[in-house]
Design a protein around this ligand. Structure first.
Ligand SMILES: [Zn+2]
Length: 309
């Protein structure tokens, strides 16, 4: 089957990419269901999709991306609005799958689709509920180790056989341990310095999952890249909050609630989505650059320590 895929991919690259995009849109539609139902402990298989009024949605009104655009975001039964996030998640999944297909070999791209699906679900659940369910973080971590054992190519190991498999599984396990350990100690340090919880337990396990699929380099990049993305996004927000705060004081209004809200918004931003974006950037093209950089950095570090040589 893999040979067929490789054959189709090399002879009809555009056709293959379009098919992967369509497949991604269908998966994205399923991810929407997971994002909505998993935090509520509902089954992701039954019942089928339904409108807020309770009517079932016909399959031809449930075609990823298309149906939403065709119906202009409203249901046919009661004209209820559907969030634009549904087609956006479908489009995002489709584009990321197509891009993964484009930059990786078929087998790594297929594993990558699973990895991307976990990242997308975790991101949107974290945005909605400020949690990352264990089935994505811990479940993903275990899955990553298993997949690494059976497909050493995920970690760039070209050979097959038991030695390669064990080596690959070890890379995944060490990635999970280094990733979660690093985030854990940064969280402890952050709590000491800021005197409030900097990161949740969910983030610790989530970076463990990233490490299992991307190795320790990917986990380290997710942590620091995520922090960088977070600061770029949050700085304007915090400054905006300060400006509101100052205006409030100047105008001497008594309602403190809006100001409190602005501050609370700054303090309660989920870190998971930022970790996920960095993990995405690593997997979809930055991996070689990051690995080379980290290797050079550790070489320079080691050569400056004469005792180790
Ligand atoms: Zn309805």
């Amino acid at each position: 089957m893999l040979e067929t895929l490789t054959y189709i991919n090399s002879d009809f690259p555009i056709f293959a990419t379009v098919m992967v995009f369509v497949f991604g849109a269908i998966v994205g539609s399923f991810l929407n269901v997971c994002i909505y139902r998993i935090p509520k402990d509902l089954s992701i298989v039954r019942p089928g999709s339904s409108c807020a009024c309770g009517s079932a949605i016909a399959w031809y009104h449930n075609i990823p991306i298309f149906s939403w655009c065709l119906l202009r975001g409203r249901s046919t039964c009661c004209r209820e609005w559907f969030s634009i996030r549904y087609p956006l998640v479908e489009f995002l999944t489709a584009s990321l799958f197509a891009y993964a297909w484009w930059v990786h070999s078929p087998i790594v791209a297929i594993i990558g689709m699973l990895y991307l699906s976990f990242l997308i679900c975790s991101t949107f659940i974290d945005l909605d509920h400020m949690i990352i369910p264990d089935r994505f973080s811990i479940g993903g971590m275990i899955l990553g180790v298993f997949i690494s054992f059976f497909f050493p190519i995920l970690h760039g190991i070209q050979t097959t056989g038991l030695a390669s498999s064990l080596n690959s599984a070890l890379i995944a396990i060490s990635g999970a341990l280094v990733g979660s350990g690093l985030v854990y100690w940064i969280a402890v340090l952050g709590e000491v310095l800021l005197r409030k919880p900097a990161m949740g337990e969910g983030d610790v396990k989530f970076v463990g999952f990233i490490g299992a699929f991307c190795g320790w380099q990917g986990a380290v990049f997710a942590m620091f890249g995520g922090a960088l993305i977070g600061s770029i996004l949050l700085l304007p927000l915090i400054m905006f909050g300060r400006i509101i705060h100052r205006n409030k004081k100047a105008s001497q209004t008594s309602s403190e609630s809006m100001n409190d809200q602005a501050l609370a918004f700054g303090a309660q931003v989920p870190f998971g989505p930022m970790l996920a974006v960095a993990a995405l950037i690593y997997f979809l093209g930055f991996n070689n650059a990051v690995d080379t950089y980290l290797k050079n950095a550790s070489d320079v570090f080691c050569s400056s320590l004469p005792l180790i040589h």
